[in-house]
Design a protein. Structure first.
Length: 172
């Protein structure tokens, strides 16, 4: 869920209306102080490499702000692995709305895709975009939360997903 929706979801519409922009700005300032501590999950790069080796287009559909997404791409050394990526600036609404997912698909010129995510918002966005969605439990959600949100299958790790990748990428 992007910051455009998070404040209202956590604190309510009145707080969003009165303080939403200031809270998002403050969050960004605090996050910037610790962004160098962010590390990719084990197996993240290997999953991207395996997907590319199967001759599939890879688009990272993030609702993060541009400078944070740039940092994540650098930490993962993923610029040459991803065909493209999104940021919060690429869509009117963040997940769980399908805007970012649909934008990601347009960036690589396809209407057929598989969504892989790690949050209920990813699963809901994929479902709303009409995609088969798979989830990994790296986002802190339970298997039942992810399947109830629309994930077809939930994996406990990126390595487990990578081992099943052949089946997943053909499921479009």
């Amino acid at each position: 869920m992007g910051g455009d929706k998070l404040v209202a979801a956590v604190a309510g519409d009145e707080v969003e209306a009165r303080h939403g922009d200031a809270l998002r700005d403050r969050w960004s300032e605090e996050f910037d102080l610790m962004i160098d501590e962010v590390q990719p999950f084990e197996g993240a790069r290997a999953l991207l490499e395996a997907t590319r080796s199967m001759d599939r287009r890879v688009v990272l559909a993030s609702s993060g702000n541009g400078k944070h997404v740039d940092h994540y791409l650098d930490v993962l050394d993923a610029r040459e692995l991803a065909h493209d990526w999104t940021t919060a600036e690429d869509a009117e609404q963040s997940k769980p709305d399908p805007d970012l997912v649909e934008t990601a698909m347009r960036k690589v010129g396809t209407a057929r895709a598989v969504m892989i995510g790690d949050s209920v918002w990813d699963a809901e966005a994929g479902e709303r975009a009409g995609l088969t969605t798979y989830a990994v439990r790296t986002g802190g959600f339970s298997e039942s939360e992810l399947t109830e949100a629309g994930a077809r299958r939930v994996y406990d790790s990126l390595e487990e997903l990578r081992a099943d990748l052949g089946r997943v990428v053909e499921d479009r």
